[in-house]
Ligand binder design. Structure first.
Ligand code: 13P
Length: 339
């Protein structure tokens, strides 16, 4: 695929007023989410849940793309249509999570490294045949008194860059996701520490992408916001305005203008926080790149909650809930959210 096509897809992913829905929970994570909601974790329930979300009427008005998990990209809707085809019909670009998750980084207690590069070239080829047009890889950076070590940052960013180069070779837009975790086991850090770690991670990331000949015009950055840890003391929590200002400041100082778009993960923020922060960030614009959302929990948690109470009876009600969350975040991507 040519650079023009990669650019076109990347551009469509951050089309004005639209963002991405992340329904790529791994088998382990969806098990936890279903258990918490009281939904039995069967393949059929996972399929119905993803169908509920992705075929919600009107979702394509606010959602440009969706990140799927390996199981989901192979599934069909209840009437036998491949889910990928149903998404395309709704104007939603299919994407696929391709990393194999984080494991402890040997020699660096508390730091992790994302695995999944072995065999990735062949897996990407198959996903492209199945209809995926973009892929996602998440690197996890933990903050504690002793983490992250700079070796952990560099090792993770090197892997992200190798993944991104392989994606572009396969004709898939890489969504590169360094997540600086806000709700880890300690997470008592303040907003200044979050800023410093974001700056170091993003500098390292763009150095690695440059070294690996990755075309920034055909790439989407997915990143966390500069925000204090969830367990930071009350007097070190930040206002929504501070989060927006520090997030914009770090992005402007580290992310080249040629990057096609930036989207945020929600990372443990409440639904309203995630929307308010995105809105304030866009109100500080115009920025060199479109700035939107690629939320998982902040888009789908309430819909899962509603659906879990009555899997048959609440199906359409849950679809309305996810549509409403998508609309609110679409408004925030324009800086036009009304509280
Ligand atoms: P959250 O918005 O729930 O953090 O998920 C987004 C995502 O894709 C994390 O990898």
């Amino acid at each position: 695929m040519s650079i023009e096509n990669l650019e076109d897809v990347a551009q469509a992913m951050v089309a004005t007023g639209k963002g991405i829905i992340a329904v790529d929970e791994s088998t382990n994570t969806i098990k936890k989410r279903f258990e918490a909601a009281g939904v039995e974790n069967t393949e059929e329930n996972r399929r119905r849940y993803r169908e509920l979300l992705l075929t919600a009427p009107g979702l394509g008005e606010h959602i440009s793309g969706a990140i799927l998990f390996d199981e989901t990209i192979r599934q069909k809707t209840s009437d036998g249509t491949p889910l990928v085809d149903a998404m395309k019909k709704a104007g939603i670009i299919p994407g696929i999570k391709v990393d194999k998750g984080p494991v402890p980084l040997a020699g660096f207690p508390g730091d992790v490294i994302t695995e999944g590069l072995d065999g990735l070239r062949d897996r990407l080829k198959e996903y492209a045949q199945l209809g995926a047009q973009f892929a996602k890889w998440r690197a996890v950076i933990n903050i504690t008194d002793d983490n992250p070590n700079s070796t952990a940052i560099e090792a993770n960013m090197e892997n992200l860059a190798r993944y991104a180069a392989l994606c572009q070779e396969a004709g898939l837009v890489p969504m590169v996701e360094p997540e600086i975790v806000m709700d880890g086991p300690e997470s008592t850090h303040d907003i200044d520490v979050s800023y410093e770690v974001h700056e170091a991670v993003l500098r390292s990331l763009f150095n690695a992408l440059y070294a690996h000949n990755v075309m920034l015009e055909g790439l989407i950055l997915k990143v966390s916001m500069v925000i204090p840890g969830k367990n930071a003391p009350a007097d070190e929590q930040a206002t929504p305005e501070q989060v927006a200002e520090e997030t914009v400041r770090v992005l402007r100082t580290t992310v080249p203008a040629s990057v096609q778009g930036i989207v945020f993960l929600s990372g443990g923020q409440s639904d309203e926080q995630a929307t308010e922060h995105l809105d304030l960030i866009n109100k500080l614009g115009p920025h060199p790149w479109p700035v939107s959302f690629s939320y998982g929990r902040a888009l789908v948690a309430e819909a899962l909650n509603v659906w879990s109470k009555d899997l048959k009876g609440n199906y359409e009600k849950a679809q309305k809930v996810v549509h409403e969350r998508a609309k609110e975040n679409g408004d925030a991507a324009l800086g036009q959210w009304k509280k």
